[in-house]
Design a protein around this ligand. Structure first.
Ligand code: UD2
Ligand code: MN
Length: 289
């Protein structure tokens, strides 16, 4: 059981949830029709989920609180498919979790790294998680046995995609990354100044290397993902300066991982909506290059 490598020590006598419950779904069929359904229909299907998108097992004590943070803007169809799928499989994993959608208000360029730092910060204030999972909205898990929890080491969950025939071509930490919150704090989170597409995930890999973390993965078939096909979004063009922000660069940005991260994060919350199946946070970044 991979999941036995779960965090630290705990008291076995206290009815701790089995981290590998038998009733989990294998090879789950993805319901793409959800993209055309009204939220009211999707919400009814998942009536066991508490308002704000939280689930807690009732028959055992879960040893981690898991915050799932999704950077988001203008991908409603993907969001419906993912949320519908998530609650179906995650509610069978015996984990205590809550889903946070962090949406960057228009008209500024998308900043995935900063968005995930905001998700961390809001989740910390609202839910005090032990474990945080950063998750692209278009990544759909194919196997319900791929556990949404944190191990001792950070875990790159989104490595094996249908798009690449389930072989990892690029070494990054893109797509989905699970980390203990203490580890995330130690690397100062994601870079906050990488506006537009690209390499904020490579920067996180460098941060993890600097901190001497070994990043783990679970093997296929457990870790298979569908990445829903899409075009590059308007408002998220290729970041031409992306290489010069990487934390291992010498020169001006030599210290960037120490300087630019959760320690330098500045934002305003526009609104927070407690939807039945997720907490939806709209924000404006107030950090500029
Ligand atoms: C890759 C990575 C992704 C990220 C990106 C570079 C994988 C599987 N994915 O994805 O994690 O590192 O390259 O930045 O390795 N988003 C919106 N609205 C927007 C723009 C982005 O919701 O207008 C969110 C959404 O959650 C999306 C994610 O940001 O899934 C990443 O953007 P992408 O899907 O366009 O990037 P992609 O597929 O090249
Ligand atoms: Mn994508």
């Amino acid at each position: 059981k991979f999941c036995n490598k779960i965090v630290d020590s705990y008291d076995i006598s206290s009815n701790v949830c089995d981290c590998d419950p038998e009733e989990k779904e294998h090879r789950c069929k993805i319901d793409y029709n959800a993209k055309n359904e009204d939220w009211s229909i999707i919400n009814k299907r998942h009536a066991i989920i508490s308002h704000g998108g939280e689930f807690k097992p009732t028959n055992c004590n879960s040893i981690q609180k898991v915050a799932i943070v999704i950077p988001y803007r203008n991908r409603l169809e993907h969001l419906k498919i993912l949320i519908n799928h998530f609650h179906r499989i995650l509610s069978k994993q015996n984990i205590h979790y809550k889903i946070f959608i962090v949406e960057q208000a228009h008209p500024f360029l998308f900043n995935r790294g900063a968005m995930m730092d905001v998700g961390y910060s809001e989740a910390k204030a609202n839910f005090a998680p032990d474990c945080i999972i950063f998750h692209d909205v278009d990544m759909i898990p194919e196997d319900g046995r791929h556990m949404y929890n944190c191990l001792q080491s950070p875990r790159h969950m989104g490595a094996y995609l249908n798009k690449y025939k389930y072989i990892q071509i690029y070494q990054t930490l893109g797509g989905i990354l699970a980390m203990k919150t203490t580890d995330f704090e130690r690397v100062n989170g994601f870079h906050t100044l990488m506006y537009g597409w690209g390499d904020e995930d490579v920067d996180m890999m460098i941060r993890c290397k600097k901190a001497k973390y070994t990043v783990v993965k679970w093997p296929v078939p457990l870790s298979r993902y569908i990445m829903i096909k899409h075009e590059r979004d308007v408002g998220n063009p290729l970041n031409n300066f992306r290489k010069s922000f990487l934390s291992h660069y010498s020169g001006r940005h030599k210290l960037s991982s120490q300087v630019y991260g959760i320690s330098s994060l500045k934002y305003n919350v526009n609104w927070v909506k407690q939807n039945p199946l997720f907490t939806h946070i709209s924000i404006n970044l107030t950090i500029y290059i």
